[in-house]
Design a protein around this ligand. Structure first.
Ligand SMILES: *Cc1c(COP(=O)(O)O)cnc(C)c1O
Length: 350
């Protein structure tokens, strides 16, 4: 892979930055009396600042993922990793990023916040990428390329050969968002981190791990990239409650497997039932925990469902998704309520 030297890709101010050094950075190890951080000595364990580098949790995560702990960055959701990547690599008003379209909305918002030009490469009619077209959109100021596989809101996995081709040719940082990887038939590309120094894989506790509320996202990357991200983040970006709850979830990995299996089974059941409705025009293949469905009148159907207290995501205004609703797979009971409502509406929307 052809990644430029990190020093050439990073913003100059970040390269030269001396990070804030907190009390927990300066002394590590066990002591009996902690008088170094101006904490209140009462109300343990929440009186103490948490480990700024989340070492215990990263060891557990690395073990499960077959990585080294130094390859794991933890943030307040994937959204923090995305923002920190912009701040590390993209000089406002000078650099740019390239992303597929349609995709997850946060890349564009983060680009906007950081005043970085956002270039979109439209997917083809099968929602697939072409490495040549991605590369053609890049220039010497393209620092980040965002790919999302399985993609949101389209639900499909991107063609692996084209992802690898992009990795082979792009000289910057390729961010591969794998928020939905646990629902996909193909394995994660995190196992290839050592082959591709410019690869950053984003994963999250928010989807298959059933922990959206704790706000914990992972950026899996080379040790040198993780070091830079650690330098930029807020010192205590992942609080103790989140670290503890995540550790607990990692111990119940078998339950996560069961949830995924149930969700996949429900996805197929929902697909079959939806395909029998007249108002459903097309159901796109899904490798995720949602279905993108083209219906006869997306706006009207969305409103009709809302009036019954059933909320799906209206993607009617998204590129290539004209007339589409995105439906998350719920419990069997929730999916049944949706199906009942759609059946009742089917006469009016055919
Ligand atoms: C849901 C989702 C995430 C998760 O973001 P968090 O901040 O970790 O909750 C990331 N990427 C994509 C594409 C998503 O759909």
């Amino acid at each position: 892979m052809s990644m430029l030297p990190l020093e050439q890709l990073l913003r100059k101010n970040i390269l030269e930055l001396t990070p804030y050094s907190c009390a927990r950075d300066e002394f590590q190890g066990q002591a009996s009396v902690y008088l170094d951080a101006n904490e209140n000595p009462y109300n343990g364990p929440y009186n103490r600042y948490p480990d700024p580098l989340q070492r215990e949790l990263k060891q557990k995560i690395a073990a499960i993922k077959g990585l080294r702990p130094g390859q794991v960055f933890l943030g307040n959701g994937s959204d923090e990793s995305i923002d920190v990547l912009f701040r590390a690599f993209c000089e406002p008003r000078i650099d740019n990023v390239v992303a597929i379209e349609p995709t997850y909305g946060m890349y564009r918002v983060s680009a906007g916040i950081n005043d970085v030009a956002y270039r979109r490469v439209l997917l083809d009619e099968h929602f697939q990428i072409d490495a040549g077209r991605i590369l053609a959109a890049c220039d010497a100021h393209t620092k980040l390329v965002f790919l999302c596989s399985p993609n949101n809101p389209t639900g499909n996995s991107l063609n692996r050969a084209e992802i690898l081709k992009s990795l082979d040719r792009f000289e910057g940082i390729l961010v591969l968002d794998e928020a939905y990887i646990d629902f996909a038939s193909e394995p994660s590309l995190m196992s290839r981190l050592d082959d591709y120094p410019g690869l950053v894989v984003l994963q999250t506790f928010s989807k298959a791990w059933g922990s959206a509320a704790i706000r914990l996202g992972m950026a899996l990357a080379s040790e040198s990239i993780v070091k830079v991200l650690n330098k930029i983040k807020y010192p205590y970006n992942v609080n103790l409650l989140t670290q503890q709850q995540a550790a607990k979830m990692l111990e119940s990995a078998p339950r996560v497997k069961d949830w995924v299996a149930q969700i996949l089974q429900e996805r197929e059941r929902l697909r079959k039932a939806l395909s029998e409705l007249r108002l459903v025009k097309h159901i796109y293949p899904s490798d995720a925990n949602f279905l993108l469905v083209r219906v006869s009148d997306a706006n009207r159907l969305y409103t009709a469902l809302t009036e019954q207290g059933i909320i799906v995501r209206n993607r009617n205004n998204v590129s290539l998704c004209l007339g589409c609703l995105r439906i998350t797979i719920g419990t069997a009971g929730e999916n049944q309520i949706l199906l009942q409502a759609l059946k009742a509406l089917d006469q009016n929307f055919g």
